[in-house]
Write a protein that binds this ligand. Sequence first.
Ligand SMILES: Nc1nc2c(c(=O)[nH]1)N[C@H]1C(S)=C(S)[C@@H](COP(=O)(O)OP(=O)(O)OC[C@H]3O[C@@H](n4cnc5c(=O)[nH]c(N)nc54)[C@H](O)[C@@H]3O)O[C@H]1N2
Ligand SMILES: Nc1nc2c(c(=O)[nH]1)N[C@H]1C(S)=C(S)[C@@H](COP(=O)(O)OP(=O)(O)OC[C@H]3O[C@@H](n4cnc5c(=O)[nH]c(N)nc54)[C@H](O)[C@@H]3O)O[C@H]1N2
Ligand code: SF4
Ligand SMILES: [Mo]
Length: 707
Amino acid sequence: MSQYLVKNGVKNLIKPGEKLITTHCCYCGMQCGMHIRVNEKSGKVVGVEPRYDWPVTLGKMCPKGVTAYQTVEHKERILKPLIKKNGKFVESSWEEALDVIEVNFKRLQKEHGKDSVSVFGGVSMTNEKCYLVGKYARVALGTRFIDYNGRFCMSSAAGGALKTLGIDRGSTLPWTELEHSDCFFIAGSNTAECHPTSIQWFWKAKDKGAKLIVADPRETPTARVADVHLDLKPGTDSALANGILHLLVKEGYVDEEYVKERCNNYEELIKSVEIWTPEYTSQITGVAPWKITKAAHIYGMSQRSVVMFARGAEQQSKGVDNVALYTSMALLRGQIGKFASGVATFTGQGNGQGGREHGQKSDLLPGYRKITDPEAVEYVSSVWGIDPKDMPKPGVSAYEMFDEIQNGSIRAMHVICSNPAVSAPNVEYIWKGFEKLDFMVVSDFFMSETAEFADVVLPATSWAEDEGTTTNLEGRVIRIRKVREPLGESKTDWEIICEIAKRMGKESYFPYKNAREIFEEFRIATKGGKADYSGITWERIDKEDGVFWPCPSEDHPGTPTMFKEKFGTPDGKANLAVVDWKEPGETVSNDFPHILTTGRVVFHYLSGSQTRRVDFLMEQCPLPYVEMHPELASQYNLSNGEEIKLITRRSSMTLEVKLTKAIRKDTVFVPYHWGKELSVNKLTNPSLDPTSRMPEFKVCAVRIEKV
Ligand SMILES: Nc1nc2c(c(=O)[nH]1)N[C@H]1C(S)=C(S)[C@@H](COP(=O)(O)OP(=O)(O)OC[C@H]3O[C@@H](n4cnc5c(=O)[nH]c(N)nc54)[C@H](O)[C@@H]3O)O[C@H]1N2
Ligand SMILES: Nc1nc2c(c(=O)[nH]1)N[C@H]1C(S)=C(S)[C@@H](COP(=O)(O)OP(=O)(O)OC[C@H]3O[C@@H](n4cnc5c(=O)[nH]c(N)nc54)[C@H](O)[C@@H]3O)O[C@H]1N2
Ligand code: SF4
Ligand SMILES: [Mo]
């Protein structure tokens, strides 16, 4: 007799000798629902089945997701702690590795103060772990220097949302409503490659007549099917958005009543967009005036529209301005807080939303509380059982920590769940920083390019070996299940933190026996904060297919739609953005005449540390390349597949040319999923957004040389 796992009425066949564990994909913010196939006898992960009844992704998965299970039992998994001796890693016991960490952390803190030890976190971890990383830095190490990879990811989206709406919940509406929208304005998102399982919702809406507008310097697969493709020059989003706002105002598309009741700054906005005629906007953005007008008309006439953006618009030295201006389009149209309409950023990493709310950021405490707010410090200190006076001050952003290494303030770093040796901008500076550190620890399950710099590498468990929660791109808190026992001697990130805390004499503050206990403390720590999870229980998540925060009590239904009545600002009103366009951190010149932008391909994930270890994905996309328009290539007499040198003000690298008409003639694009000499971040500009401290991954000036 065949056996089935039945979920929400959907029957999933269980193969003989196997069991199915229901969880979510470890990679992007879509957090696709899946069942992992486990051999009952060996306990090993053997495959994956999509989860058709998961309401957000309905059984769809992408090439990364369907192969993610192969990383769990991968032969390159780190199974024992490693200590570098005479330049070579040697396997050690946990005792020995923890001894080395204890001695070095204590020595450095004694000689140079508590802040000399820093933490660099990541958000491919559960909420429980992300929360604990923040507490680890503040309580176990007592350092102000903590930041995380989300600084390179969601910080501008967060900054823009806080400025305009007062709360940073990535999406103001649930994804399941998208099929009822009649217009999508998508800026700087390669949706089909980076959030592939979203596309089904756009198709459903399109089948009912919805319109699609895409702003991207490249004709991505999503731009190709758009009604209007706004092929803007990289770094000109705030000009484009001002141009659209100008037309919304001039041509009577503003929902005057909504704006009057719910928004500030309308008069100022009218003045500020005055100069942004289609012709002037075109001069700055390079987009034809008729396209700008057509986009404004389509967007202006739609009744249930969603403005969406991703890193294309956000990873700029004015990412916050861009987000605030795009968000203002939705505000002028009165679209936020209503059914099937609103604004959304495409959250990047699996727990990019939850991971940014609970204290890995240099200035945040759990529940989106500010570490500079005495009341917040008071509250969180009481939950943690520490004296508020002992709460460290705010630190600095991810890239700026490397300045602190150079000036001698930071002497040690513990990198948990990130690979900045590939993914940080101006990466040769990062390499120098790692070399300069007196002591470096990395927690990872693979020997990443960052781990290679470490003195001690601790074997963390993968996503499949622990349970907990994540928060998907909608703001829906969901359950991650333990699929198998930890491989080798690997330990979960929270166990590792508890071990080090014990060595630092802070054992009593980290008494957890399981992830569930951390979750229960975390609920209390978030209570009353902007990101309030206190009403969410693991049981509710199971029963309700996830719960949307804020959810302040167990009888509160959660908040799928944000800002129905008021915004999260002190006066409850949204702040329309009144900002002009600014040049990118660096502009083209005779020496560096073209624009370089960077990003992703469907087959790889971030620094590639995981996906470069999956054969199928490497067969599809083994190496980085430069996308270039044939007309630009002809200036240099280049043909497809030829090697060229890309040179920026920081460094140079050699890459193959991939000719395509699907990119602007003044711009080249390189995917960033490779390390060392293949890392395009050797070239990128670390110019930072003044508020979000987001680096400008999306725009720098480049020269091309034939080799
Ligand atoms: N396949 C895959 N999927 C992923 C990831 C991955 O690594 N691989 N990573 C996940 C994570 S963490 C993230 S953050 C997201 C990222 O998701 P996206 O932001 O969609 O991905 P990117 O490729 O970084 O950039 C998106 C687009 O921005 C465009 N762009 C470049 N410069 C500009 C500009 O100045 N303005 C505008 N409007 N557009 C510009 C690029 O041409 C590109 O098509 O994806 C998530 N999903
Ligand atoms: N040029 C350029 N650079 C970029 C970007 C760009 O668009 N262009 N995008 C930026 C963005 S949006 C992002 S999000 C960053 C991401 O940059 P990274 O943080 O470097 O991304 P990952 O490759 O996910 O690195 C995570 C590491 O942690 C390990 N890991 C995974 N899960 C766990 C876990 O649960 N515990 C532990 N301990 N380890 C784990 C993985 O094996 C991997 O080595 O890159 C940024 N860099
Ligand atoms: S990478 Fe993203 S879209 Fe692909 S399967 Fe995983 S969660 Fe889904
Ligand atoms: Mo990201």
